[in-house]
Design a binder for this molecule. Structure first.
Ligand code: IMP
Ligand code: MG
Length: 230
């Protein structure tokens, strides 16, 4: 059974980039046993995505823009962002997965390669979350070899406290503390991508027997470094 005496967190607000709610928001009843609290609500996401789109439109006006999104975590954020962009653009995807080698420096495997030609073009790389930076640093190395005119990175979430590689995103939705978050495309053991908000998973879910066999080695390693004292 789940622990129902779970205490709501203190001291993790405010987030730096954009104002977080003054009071903690409870998730809808259906999710309360799994999600401790809503970190970013649907309304906050919508407002911020709108603002990011305005900025991107301004910066890429008149350019030949190619959006390169990383699968699978970006899908919800990307779909909302795209519909807010009134620019001529093309879209392609890169699939990245980490090889379960059992070490923190697990190797990245590209599960889907880029098909569009980006040489001489402006590229906007879109990802769900910038954590250690290992994924995006390797993706950028790979893309640079294709000789784009310029490349910028857009992420919905940034956890700067976890950074290992010196990667910087040009467009950041929300800078967040070191919590493991799910929803709005982000998963835990491939679940929760469909939540319309970004929520913090209850720490007891990390030990849940239904999920352990589904976790990739990378997620397991990532969780070892995550605050579970929320
Ligand atoms: P990085 O290579 O460490 O920057 O990891 C980036 C990837 O790790 C993201 O694209 C996510 O797939 C995953 N990730 C990092 N933090 C979280 C989180 O809090 N929730 C869900 N996935 C995460
Ligand atoms: Mg990802």
């Amino acid at each position: 059974m789940f622990n129902t005496n779970f205490k709501l967190p203190t001291g993790c607000f405010p987030l730096k980039f954009h104002q977080m709610p003054e009071r903690i928001q409870k998730p809808p009843c259906r999710w309360r046993k799994e999600i401790a609290f809503i970190l970013i609500s649907q309304e906050q996401l919508a407002r911020r995505v709108h603002a990011l789109a305005r900025q991107i439109e301004k910066d890429f006006a008149g350019r030949d823009l190619v959006i390169v999104a990383l699968l699978n975590g970006t899908v919800v954020f990307l779909a909302d962002l795209l519909r807010r962009l009134s620019l001529p653009l093309r879209l392609d995807f890169i699939g990245v997965s980490s090889y379960g080698g059992g070490t923190e420096s697990a190797e990245l495997v590209f599960t889907k390669e880029l098909r569009l030609d980006v040489s001489g073009r402006d590229v906007l790389v879109v990802d769900d979350i910038l954590d250690t930076g290992k994924t995006l640093s390797q993706v950028m190395i790979k893309l640079r070899k294709l000789r784009p005119r310029r490349m910028k990175i857009c992420v919905l979430l940034d956890k700067p406290s976890r950074r290992v590689e010196p990667v910087r995103a040009h467009y950041v939705g929300f800078e967040i503390p070191n919590h493991f978050v799910v929803g709005y495309g982000l998963d835990y053991a491939e679940r929760y991508r469909n939540l319309p908000f970004v929520g913090v998973l209850r720490p007891e879910m990390f030990q849940h027997p239904d999920f352990i066999p589904l976790l990739s080695e990378k997620k397991r390693l990532l969780l070892q470094g995550v605050k579970t004292t929320v």
